[in-house]
Each structure stands twice: as structure tokens, then as C-alpha cells.
Ligand binder design. Structure first.
Ligand SMILES: *Cc1c(COP(=O)(O)O)cnc(C)c1O
Length: 374
């Protein structure tokens, strides 16, 4: 709050005490963000969020290293903030993009990745945790493979950061995108981690101007947002291990309730390699959108929040090999810090009411139901 009102200095103004106080607050936040991912503060560039971080990482690396090559490798289940950036680069002739398939459990096969790398490959971009199905990609193995081949490794960690342990050195990550609001910080701020040593990663800035953030991202820093982001990271670092256990307990409670109550349900994505707070389930013979409308008191979604305006079935579920009806019958539960056991039971009660109601009026379900009642 003080940084919105009384501590109103510009962090770039070093000539007066007000500016220096703001600058110190930003540097403290930079340490807090760096601490959460085991980076050095000087490797953290503040941005407006993971969308911008992904743009800077991908466009910045492909621009800077264009004399080395223009090949980039990614996977089909990435967020649009990666896939659409790469499509735009390809359209402009600035990149040649290989989009790898995933296994039916949503995970990338390392042998598939290895055989996609060429001497032309500049960058591999694979997300740490998926935003729809929560699956955790083998980031450590991908990082090692990339370093062995001299290829840069970018990971979109918007979903993973603050939820599961991340260590940019141990995991050989060169570029990592974060968004503050995904870990209880304010909206409109995020960061890109840019490795400084072993190897030193260079990027061409995508926003030019006053030279803020070591010239990588110009524009006056939003001090209150950055301070909130730093504090959110400090809290996540302290509480994440215990919170992950609590969320896993809640998630498993919900999953068991669902799988005991219904036939023709399907878990989307690996159960073992998954964010503790994510559950994505398809209820056959039920339209996901109808289900969601019927349980309006519960903030659930089908597919991703970013694509739900499009009403197209999820590209992530499609990549897992789900048929269109099955993809359309999916819903995603995201459990978080403020959820309780009571919330789970309440959500399940509403879910049960709606699934039973919608299947009751489904002619296809009456033919498929295991008890044979028509
Ligand atoms: C939310 C999200 C983004 C985009 O974050 P913004 O804050 O909207 O920029 C990018 N990637 C993933 C995986 C996300 O979950």
C-alpha cells in the first residue's frame, strides 16, 4: 500500500531520496523473486507478465542468435503465449518451428525431443507445468539434454513457480517466464529469468526506450506491483512445501469422490506427474459448458481461461488424443490457497447433481449406462 500512495518515487530516479527508496524496494523484490527460483537478482528482468516474458525470451533469442540458426522446438500443449509467438515468427520468416507431439499422458518423450534437435536449433521451449491439465514436464532432463547439445532452454513456468520447487541451475534452465498473479501476487507484473553465466544468454530487447532493466525492457517500473510480486514470492517460498501437501490431500479427496460416484469418467493427463492443485476430468455424455453453467457458484472452467472466449475445444486435450466430444466434456478444477475441505464437498455435491441431471436427459448415455437402465 505505501508504494501506491506515500512512497511514490520513480525507481529510476537516483537523484533524490524518494526515488532511491523506490529503487531499494524494487531491488528487494528482485532478490525475493530470484530466491524462489535459485537465481541471482541480476538475472531477473521485470515484465508485465508471463505473456510478455515469453515474447521477450522467444523473439529476443531468435533475433539475437539469428546467425547461428533459426530453428526452435516446442510442444503441442504449450500456452498460446508460446505457440502464437512462434507462429508469428514463422510467418515473418524469422523462425522455423518444430511442434512436438506429447504422449497420451501429456508428457514429452525425451527421445522425440533428442531426434528433433539439429545444428540449426537455437532454442527449445517447453513449459514446466501445463495450465489446463497440470502435468509436469521433465524439465531437468530437458535442460540437461539442451546444455549437452549447446541449445538454449526456455521454460514457461507461470503455473509451476511457487507451486513446485524450481532451481534454474540444477535444472539447466536458461530462460524462465513467471507471472505474479499465478502465485497470489498482483496482475500485470511478471519476470523473465535470463541466465548470466554458463552460458551467458543474450537477447535482443523487444521494447526499446529509456534502457531500464539493463536495456532489456524499457519503461518505468510499476513499483507497487513489483513489491507485491516480491512479497508473494517470499510467502510462496516459505509455505509452498506444506501447501503442496495440503492441496494434494484436497485434490485426491475430490478425485476419489468423482471416480467412486460416476462411470464413464476419465482423468486427463498424468496423475503422478501433476501439479497438486489440478484436476482435469472428462464426463462422457455431458457437455462441459452445460456442466459449468449448472454449477455457477463454483469457479471452474473448461479448457483454459485464456481460450474460453473462443469456445473451441482445447488444443491441449486434442494433443492428448481425446476425441472432440470427450474434449468438450472436460472440466478443470484448480485448487488454491483459500480452498477448504468444505469447498471440495460443496463443489462435489453441485457436480453430482448436474452430471446426474445432464446424463438423465442424454439419449446417448441411456444406451451406454452400465446398469442397462433405458
Ligand atoms: C497464465 C499463463 C500465461 C500468461 O500469463 P499472463 O499473466 O496472462 O501474461 C502464460 N503461460 C502459462 C502457462 C500460463 O498459465
Amino acid at each position: 500500500m505505501p508504494y501506491f500512495t506515500t512512497q511514490f518515487g520513480n525507481a529510476a530516479s537516483r537523484t533524490h531520496a524518494l526515488g532511491r527508496a523506490a529503487g531499494l524496494a524494487v531491488e528487494r523484490a528482485r532478490e525475493q523473486v530470484a530466491g524462489l527460483i535459485h537465481a541471482q537478482p541480476g538475472e531477473v528482468v521485470f515484465t508485465s507478465g508471463a505473456t510478455e516474458s515469453n515474447n521477450l525470451a522467444l523473439k529476443g533469442a531468435l533475433d539475437f542468435y539469428r546467425t547461428k540458426g533459426s530453428h526452435v522446438v516446442t510442444v503441442a500443449t504449450e500456452h498460446p503465449a508460446v505457440l502464437d509467438v512462434l507462429r508469428a515468427l514463422e510467418r515473418d520468416g524469422r523462425a522455423r518451428v518444430t511442434v512436438l507431439p506429447v504422449r497420451p499422458d501429456g508428457l514429452l518423450d525425451l527421445d522425440v525431443l533428442r531426434s528433433a534437435l539439429t545444428p540449426e536449433t537455437v532454442l527449445v521451449s517447453v513449459m514446466a507445468a501445463n495450465n489446463e491439465i497440470g502435468v509436469l514436464q521433465p524439465v531437468l532432463e530437458i535442460g540437461r539434454l539442451c546444455h549437452e547439445k549447446g541449445v538454449l532452454f526456455h521454460t514457461d513456468a507461470a503455473q509451476a513457480c511457487g507451486k513446485i520447487p524450481l532451481d534454474v541451475d540444477a535444472m539447466a534452465i536458461d530462460l524462465l517466464s513467471v507471472s505474479a498473479h499465478k502465485l497470489y501476487g498482483p496482475k500485470g507484473v511478471g519476470a523473465l529469468y535470463v541466465r548470466k553465466r554458463h552460458p551467458r544468454v543474450r537477447l535482443t530487447p523487444q521494447i526499446d526506450g529509456g534502457g531500464h532493466e539493463n536495456g532489456l525492457r524499457s519503461g518505468t517500473l510499476p513499483v507497487p506491483l513489483i513489491v507485491g510480486f516480491g512479497e508473494a514470492c517470499a510467502i510462496a517460498e516459505k509455505e509452498a512445501p506444506e501447501e503442496a501437501n495440503r492441496l494434494l490431500g484436497l485434490r485426491e479427496r475430490l478425485r476419489k469422490l468423482i471416480f467412486e460416484a460416476f462411470d464413464h469418467v476419465r482423468l486427463n493427463g498424468s496423475l503422478e506427474r501433476r501439479l497438486p492443485g489440478n484436476l482435469n476430468v472428462s464426463f462422457e455424455y455431458v457437455e462441459g459448458e452445460s456442466l459449468i453453467l449448472g454449477m455457477a457458484d463454483v469457479a471452474v472452467s473448461s479448457g483454459s481461461a485464456c481460450a474460453s472466449a473462443k469456445l473451441e475445444p482445447s488444443h491441449v486435450l486434442h494433443a492428448l488424443g481425446l476425441s472432440e466430444p470427450l474434449a468438450r466434456s472436460s472440466i478443470r478444477f484448480g485448487l488454491g490457497r483459500f480452498n477448504t475441505e468444505g469447498d471440495i464437498d460443496q463443489a462435489f455435491a453441485l457436480l453430482k447433481r448436474e452430471v446426474l441431471r445432464l446424463r438423465e436427459i442424454s439419449p446417448l448415455y441411456s444406451m451406454a449406462r452400465p446398469d442397462g437402465i433405458r
